[in-house]
Design a protein around this ligand. Structure first.
Ligand SMILES: Cc1cc2nc3c(=O)[nH]c(=O)nc-3n(C[C@H](O)[C@H](O)[C@H](O)COP(=O)(O)OP(=O)(O)OC[C@H]3O[C@@H](n4cnc5c(N)ncnc54)[C@H](O)[C@@H]3O)c2cc1C
Length: 435
């Protein structure tokens, strides 16, 4: 356990009571724990594996407003302010910096959606600009007029995912939060329609509020409580390279390869939207809801059946005194798609001459939790007063995570949220199903 007064590490006893229990040690759960700890609340975060073991350390590290859905932009803008406040307070290097996001376009067709997004940027007063061929060459310090143009937001940031969230957890612990690793929460208990506690693999903790920030596991957790959530998982693959010359310090996107300069001088390289859709039983239940995403991305998405059908993210039922799927898989570590990554690295080299000598040194996979409309759920299900679901960040939650953590805290404390929560309500899926 990482705790303020904890001298004995993992041997420390599990607290038996807390104001709030947080399930999941990703960016959402950890930032919520940090904000509660800043307020002096007694908070326990239970993580089945290790802090940021799943999506929150495996992502590209982009903290961007650019290109977002307008429904989550106000939340992202506040999240960007939170990142800028938190980063210097951590007292550790997390590679955070406002280095800009750039989307390159080689054709008019590629440029068109970027030009259209400028209107969203204007509505929200963002510093986004559409660059010409010459402007793009100037930004990249090259003169080959390869690109038709680019969309660029100088105030967007990046950080090192594998450093940022663990540093936030240490800060939360220093402020009094109990951060417990290797401790799966099996069930949430309630009495008279109100949350009364959780049962973990190491014992029970009484509490009146629970935040479920379980990432890709949230649907499985809720189904066991008899609650539905149309959330599915897609696998995404990433690689990192040996150090290479500077292209630009921020995130640089392009249809076939996106790159970000890392703190170690190498690049994180991947392809946006290229993912593997896991065919689990829930995929059939929620298939209709996800059809629009599949239609939009069918060229770059694979649908995978087979071994994973009955895998850990399948449909399971267990009781409080039984081993849960969360104890069976401490850290979800899917195999990266090596063939895809070979193509992506070749595309990155073709786009950026600076990568000519860069060698891939590591690759990894990550399971992304996706909602049908690709924006989060931040809501309490009917009949479960005290249970706040904060999940479904749909592949862009590293940037928005602290904002979601803050909203989760405000909801639990009954404070006025800093943005309208209506777009993130669970009922939006029921309305669609009924229509
Ligand atoms: C390859 C990849 C690239 C990405 N790139 C970006 C990017 O550049 N920018 C961006 O903004 N976002 C990006 N994302 C998305 C972003 O990483 C996620 O949206 C975000 O990290 C989700 O955070 P989370 O806290 O909701 O979930 P997670 O980080 O998945 O954390 C959930 C945690 O809950 C734990 N857990 C689950 N159930 C239980 C239980 N019952 N008991 C205890 N613990 C439990 C899990 O072990 C896990 O650690 C990317 C994601 C991937 C995979």
């Amino acid at each position: 356990m990482i705790g303020a007064n904890d001298q004995k590490g993992a041997e420390a006893a599990l607290p038996t009571q807390a104001d709030v229990i947080i399930i999941g040690g990703g960016v959402v759960g950890v930032s919520a724990a940090l904000f509660f700890a800043e307020r002096g609340a007694s908070v326990v975060l239970c993580e089945k594996g290790r802090i940021a073991g799943e999506q929150s350390s495996r992502n590209w590290g982009w903290i961007r407003k650019m290109g977002r859905d307008a429904r989550e932009l106000p939340l992202m803008m506040e999240s960007a302010r939170l990142w800028a406040r938190i980063a210097p307070e951590l007292g550790e290097e997390i590679g955070y910096g406002a280095r800009g996001t750039t989307y390159l376009a080689e054709t008019d067709d590629e440029l068109a959606p970027h030009a259209a997004w400028l209107e969203v940027a204007r509505q929200f007063g963002l510093d986004t600009v559409l660059l010409s061929t010459d402007g793009t060459d100037n930004l990249l310090g090259r003169g080959d007029r390869r690109f038709k143009g680019a969309l660029h937001t100088p105030s967007d940031a990046t950080a090192e995912p594998s450093l940022a969230v663990p540093a936030m957890a240490r800060r939360a612990a220093a402020l009094g939060a109990a951060i417990v690793e290797n401790c799966a929460v099996r069930v949430v208990e309630r009495a008279g329609g109100r949350v009364s506690g959780v049962v973990t693999e190491r014992g029970e903790i009484a509490c009146s509020a629970v935040i479920l920030a379980g990432g890709v596991w949230s649907r499985t957790f809720l189904e066991n409580l008899g609650l539905g959530l149309p959330q599915l998982a897609v696998k995404s693959s990433v690689l990192r390279t040996t150090p290479a010359p500077d292209i630009r310090p921020g995130g640089i996107g392009a249809p076939n390869a996106s790159v970000r300069r890392r703190l170690d001088g190498g690049y994180t390289v991947a392809r946006s939207g290229a993912a593997e859709f896991q065919l689990v039983p829930a995929a059939f239940r929620h298939f209709a809801a996800f059809l629009p995403i599949l239609r939009q991305r069918w060229r770059i998405m694979k649908i995978k059946a087979g071994r994973d059908f009955f895998g850990p993210l399948g449909t399971w039922r267990w009781k409080a005194d039984e081993t849960s799927p969360f104890e069976r898989v401490r850290v979800l570590d899917p195999e990266p798609d090596k063939a895809l990554l070979n193509r992506v690295m070749a595309a990155a080299r073709a786009l950026h001459p600076q990568l000519a000598e860069a060698k891939p040194v590591q690759s990894w996979g990550g399971m992304i939790d996706v909602m049908p409309d690709e924006i989060p759920v931040i809501d309490t299900p009917p009949g479960w007063s005290g249970l706040l679901i904060a999940t479904g960040l749909s592949g862009h939650g590293f940037g928005i995570g602290p904002g979601v953590g803050m909203l989760a805290m405000q909801s639990v404390l009954g404070e006025t949220p800093f943005v309208d929560l209506a777009p993130f309500a669970l009922s939006r899926f029921h309305r669609k199903a009924a229509a």
